[in-house]
Design a protein around this ligand. Structure first.
Ligand SMILES: C[S@@+](CC[C@H](N)C(=O)[O-])C[C@H]1O[C@@H](n2cnc3c(N)ncnc32)[C@H](O)[C@@H]1O
Length: 476
């Protein structure tokens, strides 16, 4: 395969108006770091990676290398420059000690006898270098690099966090920013930065980020607001809310308030009190995601505008996707894994008052067909793609109720499925006559998108940023 460049980007923390330091300017010469050329995003630096590189893993007949197999999500992160963290390790050779060199490969879901997709091993599997090992024959096409273990095999499966493997030889290389200009710069995906710009948050405003975890866009918004105002960052998952809190704390951002909240119930019911409930979770809350996923909101009909009422009928149907049922079955087999609640305080929100936000970001859960790197997309079917779209409409209905008259909604996805992008805009404009589509801001939109208003397809970027909405007129 040809070696190609790929990019991640980093942001100087002081935001758009401050120039990078002279040292950084100097280091830009002949380095894998380049200034972003998009007007308004000059404070963004692109970091170029390279790959694929070939690696000699020392595989020899009868002498298998020590190995670690990681989950697909973990491998996708490693391909973007991350280390292997403990929760991502699925299997490891016997007798691995701290400091051993290991070959790292990925467990990709396989089609199972039950018709679903599964990785075919339980966490903690011992690799013996035998043909009976999971993935024995396929593994040679699935290596993503080499590294040095930071703990023994026993340690990896005993502790719940920390670096398991320090990757020192990668199929795709990106410079490490660990300990570099700490607090001054941080890594972000370009779409997170662009979505934050499209929202155009102003200092002192009240912003809602409805599906906020892990907080990439929330923190980009906070920086644009110079940490002045209020960003309500919500997600339905307890653990993911903790991730947002952690990221906000790491970046010393104080304008972010986090809540556990189902975006389908983001509008407070009329008779609900204002009190949010803090949940300190030390006990595992298993399968809580499925429960919230399958419940729907039925709003007080008196309060709902005529045009919204028709959408509520859709909401009354319970939605449990096949993917979720499969996920649940898998958890039954493999244990709770990452979905086991980590300890930490999270506020449970009962929703927010209508018209109470200046701007709303709905970065909806989606089929993620535009995400790169992506090692597997087999779980999507025509039916599941349709279900994503239905789910997104119901979330959008909530966003419309929450934004104030004259406010702005940005809807974004990381998919190329028109049902989740263009069709949602059509739905929004047809359903809510008081909404209008905003002009595209000065972003480097790809002309191959045909200039369709509201869609920003970024050149040179793996993710695809979806649809931009604006609410200009008074709601009626
Ligand atoms: C595309 S990700 C958001 C990424 C995030 N905006 C960022 O930039 O870091 C979608 C998120 O939606 C959350 N989610 C899915 N269904 C939800 C629901 N009903 N209510 C709230 N959050 C939900 C998922 O937990 C996931 O974290």
């Amino acid at each position: 395969m040809k070696e190609t460049g790929f990019e991640d980007c980093t942001m100087a923390e002081d935001g758009p108006n401050d120039n990078p330091t002279n040292e950084l300017e100097d280091s830009l010469q002949n380095s894998p770091i380049a200034k972003c050329q998009i007007p308004g995003l000059e404070y963004v630096l692109f970091v170029k990676g390279s790959g694929p590189h070939s690696i000699d893993y020392g595989v020899a007949p009868g002498a298998p290398p020590k190995e670690v197999i990681v989950s697909r999500k973990c491998a996708e992160a490693v391909l973007r420059g991350a280390q292997v963290f403990v929760p991502g390790v699925m299997a490891c050779s016997a007798h691995v000690e701290k400091g051993d060199a290991v070959a790292v490969s990925v467990a990709i879901e396989q089609h199972g006898p039950d018709g679903g997709w599964a990785i075919g091993m339980t966490r903690g599997t011992v690799l013996q270098g035998l043909q009976t090992d999971p993935y024995y024959s396929e593994r040679y096409g699935l290596y993503i690099g080499q590294g040095i273990t930071k703990m023994s095999r026993a340690g990896i499966f005993r502790v719940s966090e920390g670096i398991a493997v320090d990757m020192n030889n990668r199929v795709f290389k990106l410079p490490s920013f660990h300990d570099v200009l700490e607090g001054e710069i941080f890594l972000q995906n370009l779409p997170s930065i662009v979505a934050a710009h499209a929202l155009d948050p102003q200092k002192g405003e009240r912003i809602l980020d409805m599906c906020a975890a892990p907080g990439g866009k929330t923190t980009a918004i906070a920086i644009l607001m110079k940490d002045e105002g209020e960003i309500v960052a919500a997600d339905r998952s307890h653990n993911k809310v903790l991730d947002i809190q952690k990221l906000a704390a790491e970046m010393s951002l104080t304008c972010i308030t986090t809540y556990k909240l189902d975006a389908l119930k983001a509008v407070r019911r009329r008779n609900e009190s204002n009190d949010n409930v803090t949940v300190q979770s030390s006990e595992p809350l298993r399968f809580h995601e499925e429960k919230t996923f399958s419940t729907v909101q039925v709003l007080n009909p008196e309060k709902v505008r005529n045009e919204i009422v028709s959408n509520e009928k859709e909401n009354e149907r319970t939605y449990v996707s096949k993917a979720d049922i499969r996920k649940s079955n898998r958890r039954m087999r493999n244990g709770p894994g990452r979905n086991q609640c980590l300890g930490g305080r999270v506020e449970n929100s009962k929703g927010f008052d209508p018209d109470s936000f200046d701007r709303v970001l709905l970065d909806a859960p989606c089929s993620a067909l535009g995400l790169r790197p992506r090692l597997f997309a087999g779980e999507e079917t025509v039916g599941s793609l349709r279900n994503h779209a239905k789910y997104q409409r119901r979330m959008f209905d909530q966003a419309v109720k929450l934004v104030r008259p004259g406010g702005v909604i940005v809807y974004s996805t990381c998919t190329i499925n028109p049902g989740e992008n263009e069709a949602l805009v059509r739905y929004a404009l047809d359903t809510y006559k008081f909404l209008s589509l905003a002009q595209q801001v000065g972003l480097n939109a790809d002309s191959s998108s045909g200039g369709r208003a509201g869609n920003v397809y970024l050149k040179g970027c793996h993710d695809i940023y979806g649809v931009l909405m604006d609410e200009k007129a008074e709601k009626s």
